[in-house]
Design a protein around this ligand. Structure first.
Ligand code: ZN
Length: 79
């Protein structure tokens, strides 16, 4: 989910799913509210990148075990 924020107007767009929808949101705000100019301090709010170490410990362990199981199954098939 992406959001466009204009610090001049102190507004944030509704969340959109794609970068192209975000670009559309930004463009229409610039045209409608700022006469096509680029407002100073505008921001793009992006989803946080996935980080394995942000997961709860149980999920880290479960995920690691699943990857190990898949690797073992793969090795059995190859060897
Ligand atoms: Zn604005």
């Amino acid at each position: 989910m992406y959001r466009y924020r204009c610090t001049q107007c102190r507004t944030t767009s509704l969340p959109v799913h794609t970068r192209s929808a975000l670009a559309q949101e930004r463009h229409s705000h610039r045209v409608l509210k700022h006469g096509g100019h680029i407002p100073d301090g505008e921001q793009i709010i992006e989803p946080k990148r996935f980080n394995f170490f942000d997961l709860p410990r149980e999920q880290q362990i479960a995920g690691s075990l699943m990857i190990a199981a898949i690797l073992v199954a793969f090795l059995f098939r190859v060897l």
